[in-house]
Design a protein. Structure first.
Ligand SMILES: *[C@@H]1O[C@H](CO)[C@@H](O)[C@H](O)[C@H]1NC(C)=O
Ligand SMILES: *[C@@H]1O[C@H](CO)[C@@H](O)[C@H](O)[C@H]1NC(C)=O
Length: 385
């Protein structure tokens, strides 16, 4: 394209027709300085140079200014027109300060659910962990790994507690319903020191059974005379965490119902059974665990508990683990889909968490069987617990 300037007969030639052409001829404002300014307006020029020149070389300030401006691009005009429109400030109703924080907190919050099922399996021994699925360790190997880090050469805590985190899908039967927190105790095949102070009181009529309950670990056991002592105030129920009983003493025990309230033995809570010694052992030495539902991510629940110590036999630890997950699984709501998200083994002070399998330990029935097997009673059980 050739542009001819009639005043100075200067030809401007340019082959670059990318955007807009502006040329400004200034004579008079500074007579020795005759400039033909030729601007190929790139994006930079549109934003910065043009406003600058229009500001400095206007018709009033120079005796002769020729400005030839080709029309701005459609897109530019559009943008300017839009910029002129006043932005309307949306009015927001009053939000109490604690809720304002909550929104901010939620926005910045990292999701607690971890789903790596879409990631691929690693194809090599060395890989960037975050791009692949988490490795699922065989139980024994995971224990071995933790033993290595807790070896006297490293953390030097060979008998540290072995913790397990079980992440749950708290989704209830309906989309809008979620399971609540639940606390349970599960009998463990292999005893370990859980470090909690627990006291159990056992009720039964048979003196032999009372004796066996004490041998099993109950702080106190007795029959009708013990019920009297409690009524007299000689013995306080406050001193006991758990009350267990043999069904034969139930008619007499009813007198204490008001005192015991929720501790009153019942089969649903698993505190009423013929085998009193086993019952006492369960409450004394079992694994106490609580599933905590996330306050915001309501379908995320987590159980964190201890299943033993690292110096225990790996097989025994595995059996404790299996007992635990089987018990947790009884809380699964009547719906399809997974209940367990994943299970992790860890052992403080190490931060390392190793994923272990759960599916192979649970004989998860097929979809149809679930619907047939579960009746209304078991559903009510779960809600009550
Ligand atoms: C069970 O463990 C929780 C902590 O997870 C604790 O608060 C509670 O007191 C324990 N229950 C008993 C009976 O020790
Ligand atoms: C569940 O337990 C957690 C931790 O103890 C608590 O913050 C939360 O309020 C509980 N949720 C319900 C629904 O009780």
């Amino acid at each position: 394209m050739v542009i001819k300037c009639s005043v100075s007969n200067v030809c401007l030639e340019s082959h670059n027709l990318a955007f807009e052409w502006y040329w400004v001829l200034v004579i008079g404002a500074c007579p020795t300085f005759i400039n033909i300014l030729n601007y190929n307006m790139s994006l930079f020029a549109t934003r910065c140079v043009r406003p600058f020149f229009f500001h400095h070389y206007t018709l009033e300030t120079s005796s002769f200014v020729q400005i030839r401006g080709y029309a701005a691009r459609k897109g530019t005009r559009e943008r300017k027109r839009k910029a002129k429109v006043k932005s309307v400030v949306e009015k927001v109703g009053f939000i109490p300060h604690n809720q304002r924080d909550k929104e901010k907190f939620l926005a910045n919050r990292k999701q607690r659910k971890v789903d790596d099922s879409w990631k691929g399996d690693p194809t090599d021994d060395v890989y960037v962990a975050k791009y692949f699925k988490w490795k699922v360790y065989p139980f024994g190997e995971a224990v071995q790994c933790h033993r290595e880090t807790h070896h006297p050469d490293m953390y030097n805590q060979p008998n540290a507690n072995l913790h397990v985190s079980i992440e749950l899908d708290m989704q209830g039967e309906k989309k809008t319903r979620f399971l609540d927190n639940f606390t349970r105790i599960v009998a463990t095949p292999h005893r370990f020191d859980h470090g909690e102070e627990r006291a159990v009181i056992a009720f039964c009529k048979d003196p032999d059974l009372q004796q066996s309950a004490v041998e099993a670990g109950a702080q106190l056991s007795g029959g009708v005379e013990l019920i009297k002592q409690i009524q007299n105030g000689q013995v306080s129920l406050q001193d006991f965490n758990f009350v267990v009983a043999h069904p034969e003493i139930l008619p007499e025990l009813v007198a204490l119902r008001g005192l015991m309230k929720r501790k009153f033995p019942n089969p649903k809570a698993g505190t009423l059974d013929v085998d009193l010694a086993t019952l006492v052992k369960k409450f004394m030495y079992g694994i106490n665990y609580t599933a905590v539902k996330d306050e915001y991510e309501k379908d995320f629940g987590i159980i964190e508990t201890v299943i033993g110590t690292l110096n225990m036999d790996a097989k025994h630890l595995e059996e404790n683990y299996v007992a635990l997950i089987k018990d947790v699984y009884t809380m699964k709501p009547r719906r399809t889909g997974e209940f367990f998200r994943r299970c992790l083994l860890w052992s403080p002070p190490s931060q390392e968490k190793l994923k272990v399998d759960h599916e192979s330990y649970l004989d998860i029935p097929k979809k149809q069987e679930v619907e047939e097997d579960d009746d209304k009673d078991s559903k009510e059980d779960r809600i009550a617990l």
